[in-house]
Ligand binder design. Structure first.
Ligand code: SAM
Length: 187
């Protein structure tokens, strides 16, 4: 059976992340990706996880504590647009993941936005190491979602093909706007 966009995002991360790597969860939410990344990088690696909602940090802290993953995780109550001033310029990132949209079962008004997503992408692309990947799983069925999808599409399409490969993964015959995955890989 074909993998969902969410499942495929983990497959694409698992393929490249090794113990000791430094990676980013740009949209922490309930910490599912943060925990997944922290398992992959192991105790010698590092996950920087960002979210603007206090509840996201509380939920994620609880999750990673239960799993014993605190050592390799830095949880930040900051927008991902601050990634450039938070992660040293010389740090080489193996991967970053975004789940764009709102946190299910939470305040639907708190959504990711095109301008801050672009700012984060600029900083992450600059720190991405060769063969590294930035993955965006874009939920776009809500108000404001289409504009963010358009930004991600335009941003990825404009990356020079000599330097980056960009993939999209999408179910095109499903109802209710299933998420679309983008993967930017540095050559
Ligand atoms: N990956 C998460 C998980 O595993 O539960 C789900 C992420 S949810 C679709 C989107 C998240 O982005 C929300 O928790 C929201 O608070 C967060 N968010 C919104 N604007 C943000 C920003 N500028 N920087 C970081 N996170 C932001």
């Amino acid at each position: 059976m074909l993998q969902t966009a969410l499942h495929f995002s983990h497959t694409l991360l698992k393929e490249i992340i090794q113990v000791g790597d430094v990676v980013v969860d740009a949209t922490m939410g309930n910490g599912n990706d943060t925990a997944f990344l922290a398992e992959l990088v192991g105790s010698t690696g590092l996950v920087y996880a960002f979210d603007i909602q206090e509840q996201a940090l509380i939920n994620t802290e609880k999750k990673i504590t239960e799993l014993g993953l605190n050592n390799q995780t830095i949880l930040l109550q900051q927008g991902h647009e601050t990634v450039g001033k938070t992660i040293p310029e010389e740090t080489e990132l193996t991967a970053a993941i975004f789940n764009l949209g709102y946190l299910p079962k939470s305040d639907k008004q708190i959504i990711t936005k095109p301008d801050t997503t672009k700012k984060a992408l600029d900083a992450l692309v600059a720190r991405l190491k060769r063969k590294g990947r930035i993955i965006l799983v874009v939920y776009y069925g809500h108000a404001g979602g289409e504009a963010e999808l358009a930004l991600v599409q335009k941003y990825s399409q404009q990356l020079a093909q000599e330097e980056y490969s960009v993939l999209t993964y999408q179910f095109i015959n499903q109802k209710n706007n299933p998420p679309i995955l983008f993967c930017i890989e540095k050559k």
